[in-house]
Write a protein that binds this ligand. Structure first.
Ligand code: AMP
Ligand code: MN
Ligand code: MN
Ligand code: MN
Length: 272
């Protein structure tokens, strides 16, 4: 089992980076990438002390945009100290802080006060994101669940859905490859595109130098992986897999994805 898409408390995951990798090792994962949103702080905190039997590779899930659509690109196996990557992460830090202020401002106008302080307290130094707002809104009694927070306030088209200018898909892919890593198009079916748009996205991603498409993210529905497999093989790029683990949930995927049934010569894991 391997896992090339996971989150720790350095972004919006529940487990500390060290708890996450201990757990992955205990559950039989042999190779893992910690891919926090727009930060490598979790990875840096554990990269010198991965448990026996676990090969930890560098990772990050970068926010970017293709036209007006927000897209996530996972970077794997890059040099974390590369100048380009460090500069890119500084830009994303600032963008997320700026967005958090704007989200709080919008919530203020919706009658919800103190959201920035609340979300920052929940984040406790992590890369700030909408899930921290959702958790704070729940604990402050504004909503009954995080799902409700997204549905009413933070999700697409809602007041806290701020369209900011993330770096472009092309720049993002290039930063990863220039830093010696492989860029992976994360969860292509989450963007709710038509098949035609999705093929155009995959083309743009590959043209920019993207190296793999994520064909398993969490628990795919029937047929999804096959569809994504074709998206990758039609373009001669490799495939990647990951749980996208954030926390234990009754129906969510646990850590680790089996690659026992995968044919040889297609996995991004063979190149890292
Ligand atoms: P952000 O990166 O700050 O835009 O927040 C996006 C993150 O919020 C995703 O990575 C998910 O972990 C989480 N998320 C997105 N949509 C929902 C939802 N409807 N309910 C709960 N969590 C969500
Ligand atoms: Mn997340
Ligand atoms: Mn994502
Ligand atoms: Mn993710």
């Amino acid at each position: 089992m391997i896992d090339f898409h996971t989150h720790s408390a350095a972004s919006d995951g529940a487990l500390s980076a060290s708890d996450l990798i201990e757990r992955a090792a205990a559950e039989g994962v042999s190779r893992l990438a910690l891919t926090d949103h727009d930060t490598v702080q979790g990875y840096l905190s554990v990269c010198q002390k991965s448990p026996p039997g676990l090969d930890l590779i560098s990772g990050v899930e970068l926010s970017c945009q293709w036209g007006r659509v927000g897209i996530h690109v996972v970077g794997l196996g890059f040099e974390v100290q590369a100048t380009d990557m460090k500069a890119h992460l500084v830009v994303l830090d600032a963008a997320r802080k700026d967005r958090a202020e704007r989200i709080a401002h919008r919530l203020e106008r919706a009658g919800i006060h103190g959201a920035l302080e609340g979300a920052l307290t929940v984040a406790a130094g992590a890369q700030i994101g909408r899930p921290h707002f959702a958790r704070w809104m729940m604990s402050a009694g504004h909503v009954a669940s995080e799902q409700e927070a997204f549905k009413r306030f933070l999700g697409s088209g809602k007041p806290g859905d701020i369209s900011i200018l993330w770096p472009s898909l092309q720049d993002t892919v290039e930063v990863i490859t220039r830093s010696g890593g492989v860029a992976v198009l994360a969860h292509p079916l989450h963007y709710r595109m038509t098949a035609t748009r999705l093929r155009a996205l995959a083309d743009a991603f590959c043209e920019a130098g993207g190296g793999a498409i994520e064909i398993i993210n969490g628990r795919p529905k029937a047929g999804e992986s096959e569809q994504l497999w074709r998206l990758a093989s039609d373009r001669n790029v490799r495939v990647s897999v990951g749980s996208d683990f954030h926390r234990d949930t009754p129906y969510g995927a646990g850590l680790g994805v089996s690659i026992a049934e995968m044919p040889e010569g297609v996995g991004v894991w063979e190149t890292l």
